[in-house]
Write a new protein. Sequence first.
Length: 152
Amino acid sequence: MPQILTKYFGAVEYQETDVVQFPSGLPAFEEERQFLTMEPPAQAPMVFLQSMRNSSLCFLALPILTIDPEYRLQMTPEDLHSLNLSAEHQPGIRDGILCLALIAIAEGGFISANLLAPIVIHAADRRGVQAIRVDSSYSHQHPLTGKEDACS
């Protein structure tokens, strides 16, 4: 079984079928096109997106429905095409679609989730995109903690 060396998890074994392909990379990380999704049970429900190319690059995410159970996914025709999905209708998050909100920790420990541009993974063919919404229904800094809850 192949393995990669990571900064945060050490050596990690994986199967080729566990690797998610991002045909266009991620915004600001366009060269990063392959990520391994890792879901250690001890950190559930967190999901880690580990770059296959850069051992130091690992994004922290949460399933978007754990943050907002009523979240409505809205993708551009280009993003749908990139995932080999029909542009005729918007996919449901539970229909073989993994939708993740990237987590950010700002100065002072304020923790937020990016609901404006979720990571969307089509589970059947392991292809993903960061689906930047064209509307402003959601924020890129949706608060997960208040100032009184912030990490120190």
